[in-house]
Ligand binder design. Structure first.
Ligand SMILES: [Zn+2]
Length: 80
């Protein structure tokens, strides 16, 4: 399914991972504006996968999030 409004040309079961960092509110990890459903954060996506959920993380968001975790990336913002 192609969503012309968002330029999202991925299958509908592939959803972006929201970036909850204060500086990136409203954006996904891959830099899109989050419109409609997206994983609320990395935990949300991980829980979905653990539970065998049908939805998968966007192919652009996933490697960015994984790389950040692997690199020991530390958030300098104000996550609650
Ligand atoms: Zn994405």
């Amino acid at each position: 399914m192609t969503d012309k409004a968002t330029g999202n040309e991925r299958p509908e079961y592939e959803v972006c991972l929201s970036d909850t960092h204060a500086d990136h509110k409203g954006l996904s990890w891959c830099g899109k504006h989050v419109i409609g459903f997206a994983f609320a954060d990395v935990d949300h996506a991980a829980q979905n996968g653990r539970g065998g959920g049908r939805l998968v993380v966007c192919r652009d968001c996933l490697p960015l999030a994984v790389a950040a975790l692997r690199n020991g990336w530390v958030c300098e913002g104000t996550r609650p």
